[in-house]
Design a protein around this ligand. Structure first.
Ligand SMILES: *[C@@H]1O[C@H](CO)[C@@H](O)[C@H](O)[C@H]1NC(C)=O
Ligand SMILES: *[C@@H]1O[C@H](CO)[C@@H](O)[C@H](O)[C@H]1NC(C)=O
Ligand SMILES: *[C@@H]1O[C@H](CO)[C@@H](O)[C@H](O)[C@H]1NC(C)=O
Ligand SMILES: *[C@@H]1O[C@H](CO)[C@@H](O)[C@H](O)[C@H]1NC(C)=O
Ligand SMILES: *[C@@H]1O[C@H](CO)[C@@H](O)[C@H](O)[C@H]1NC(C)=O
Ligand SMILES: *[C@@H]1O[C@H](CO)[C@@H](O)[C@H](O)[C@H]1NC(C)=O
Ligand SMILES: *[C@@H]1O[C@H](CO)[C@@H](O)[C@H](O)[C@H]1NC(C)=O
Length: 406
């Protein structure tokens, strides 16, 4: 993903040929017909009652034959565990006194243990800030000067209960550095808004990632913090647990459809392995305004995923609690914005969204608008060709059916 040339940046405009359009029309249409699965979703805050509060947010998504557990936590660096079980009756067990101790191993469990089909974790370890004033193209070259990073393990987080909204199945972790000598976060915060879904759909806010009942969405927003440079770019370090010695794979999906995320023709995803497995999915775009639009869209560049020694990263107690101390981590960086175009400096605002889930990642079908445009673009000859092709195919099929009956 790091070595993208011009056409694979997801940023340029891309004009597909009619033949490609036709083949996409034929292969992509059936995805729109897939049925939707629903889940009974509940959100529960598990608190230790201390001040400042240490919260666990347990998202419990029950289907006919399975349960998904998403455990989000602000204990240490923000982190999420995802655990998929093959029974609708699995439960989460937490021992708080053990969890906040120096050796939390075994304090978080999903029972029965043999129902677990997949489990992994994602940890948000550090927030970076770079000076982009002297880089010609920050999208392809990493920005040069880096300010001291903010360790997200050394943030103080709000009481999540106050932001819990059962109607939208969402809650927000809002934090600022515990030690803030320059007062950069005096009026600012880093917010992690988590949302679960009981059925598939698409939110109103760009990048409008298609979600299913098997996923939850995270929106990361940096709001109101004073940047240390005139044109600061921000970056987020993300660590994941790998299933073996190899890192999860990262894929780029291309689409000719940008109706839901204007001018973004790419979908990036991280896959933990073969199914049943988990995934993280995002569009390589961030926004410099709350009302995300084409004008406030910034590129989001991801570095390759590399194995990382656990002790180089801020430690997540919930990861140690569930997985023990022997783990392989892989980490990568996301960088938001470029030295030109919209940036955090415009309104001191930055947001980026990702989807986390289990099973097959949602696939965008071509939107009705694009299908309509394609029909017009193909024009009458193309449609006749298509109709002719279908007629020949159907004709053959009927013919062979008659033969077999006789
Ligand atoms: C968090 O807020 C809820 C509701 O406002 C309150 O009941 C709970 O005691 C608070 N927890 C902490 C640790 O302050
Ligand atoms: C749930 O399990 C039952 C029995 O094992 C099976 O018949 C059914 O097809 C499964 N349903 C789903 C949605 O997987
Ligand atoms: C929690 O862990 C502590 C320390 O290991 C143990 O003494 C206690 O019995 C555990 N509590 C429960 C409810 O299992
Ligand atoms: C920016 O680059 C120019 C020329 O390359 C150099 O003279 C200048 O000192 C640089 N400024 C900073 C702040 O690094
Ligand atoms: C924070 O906001 C207050 C009131 O709006 C303002 O007086 C103060 O200068 C702001 N501080 C920073 C660091 O922006
Ligand atoms: C920011 O811009 C102002 C005015 O253009 C300039 O005086 C100042 O040196 C710049 N600061 C940095 C850190 O580049
Ligand atoms: C992320 O970027 C920072 C600053 O450039 C660097 O120190 C860190 O090692 C990078 N992390 C990963 C996982 O690449």
């Amino acid at each position: 993903m790091g070595s993208c040339e011009e056409p694979c940046r997801g940023w340029g405009h891309y004009v597909p040929s009619p033949v490609l359009l036709l083949s996409l029309l034929l292969t992509a249409a059936p995805f729109g017909l897939l049925g939707e699965e629903t889940r009974q979703v509940s959100l529960e805050v598990i608190s230790d009652g201390l001040d400042p509060p240490q919260n666990l947010l347990h998202i419990h998504a029950v289907g006919t034959n399975s349960t998904l557990h998403y455990v989000w936590s602000s204990l240490g660096p923000p982190a999420v565990l995802l655990v998929a079980t093959n029974t609708p009756h699995s439960t989460l067990r937490v021992n708080w006194s053990l969890l906040i101790s120096s050796d939390p191993e075994g304090s978080l469990m999903v029972l029965p243990k043999d129902s677990i089909q997949f489990s992994s974790a994602v940890v948000f370890t550090r927030l970076f800030e770079f000076d982009s004033t002297n880089t010609s193209d920050a999208v392809t070259k990493p920005p040069r000067k880096s300010y001291p990073p903010y360790s997200l393990a050394e943030f103080s987080w709000n009481n999540i209960t106050d932001s819990l909204d059962p109607a939208t199945l969402s809650a927000t972790f809002r934090g600022h550095p515990i030690h803030d000598p320059t007062g950069a976060f005096a009026n600012g915060s880093l917010a992690l808004r988590v949302q679960a879904f009981s059925k598939s759909g698409r939110p109103a806010q760009p990048p409008r990632l298609l979600h299913t009942a098997d996923t939850c969405q995270l929106e990361v927003a940096l709001v109101g913090a004073t940047p240390r440079g005139n044109r600061s770019l921000f970056g987020l370090e993300v660590a994941t647990l790998s299933q073996g010695p190899d890192c999860p794979s990262v894929q780029e999906q291309r689409s000719i459809d940008d109706e839901y995320a204007p001018a973004v023709f790419q979908l990036d995803q991280l896959l933990w392995g073969s199914l049943p497995s988990g995934f993280v999915q995002w569009r390589p775009v961030a926004f410099s305004q709350k009302q995300g639009s084409r004008d406030s869209a910034m590129p989001c560049q991801a570095s390759p995923l590399y194995p990382t020694l656990a002790y180089l990263l801020p430690q997540s107690p919930i990861v140690r609690a569930f997985f023990g101390s022997q783990n392989n981590f892989c980490a990568f960086n996301l960088t938001f914005g470029a030295s030109t175009g919209p940036g955090y400096w415009d309104q001191h605002y930055l947001s980026w969204s990702m989807l986390l889930g289990v099973g097959s990642p949602p696939v965008d079908a071509l939107s009705p608008l694009v299908l309509g445009i394609m029909a017009v673009a193909l024009g009458a000859p193309g449609l006749m060709l298509l109709a002719g092709g279908l007629f020949v195919m159907l004709g053959h099929k009927r013919h062979s059916e008659y033969q077999s009956i006789n």
